[in-house]
Write a new protein. Structure first.
Length: 117
């Protein structure tokens, strides 16, 4: 089992920035890919961005390319999401997740990001 706790959400004006963090605990010795998803009100959960264990490979949703970046610190078992040039349509609950051999298997409780226009 892996436990994930997100932090850093909040309210920001359009064009602003936020940095989300996710701390992992439990069975963190494996080489997991980690990522972020989001769910806006009335919509399904969507993939945002991911990073592999070594940090050599990242994937982005088209909607966040050029604005969001992901990084990880394996020594501290953390992953961060830097969000720049935020738009009102980025408003959502953001979830940290871990991908193991079965898929996206572990999830955090989510943190709210609200972008005002």
């Amino acid at each position: 089992q892996v436990q994930l706790v997100e932090s850093g959400g909040g309210l920001v004006q359009a064009g602003g920035s936020l940095r989300l963090s996710c701390a992992a605990s439990g069975r963190t010795g494996s080489s997991y890919t980690m990522g972020w998803f989001r769910q806006a009100p009335g919509k399904g959960r969507e993939f945002v961005i991911s990073i592999n264990w070594s940090g050599s490979s990242t994937y982005y949703a088209d909607s966040v390319k050029g604005r969001f970046t992901i990084s990880r610190d394996n020594a501290k078992n953390t992953v961060a999401l830097q969000m720049n040039s935020l738009k009102p349509e980025d408003t959502a609950v953001y979830y940290c997740a871990v991908h193991d051999t079965t898929g996206w298997a572990f999830w955090g409780q989510g943190t709210q990001v609200t972008v005002s226009s």
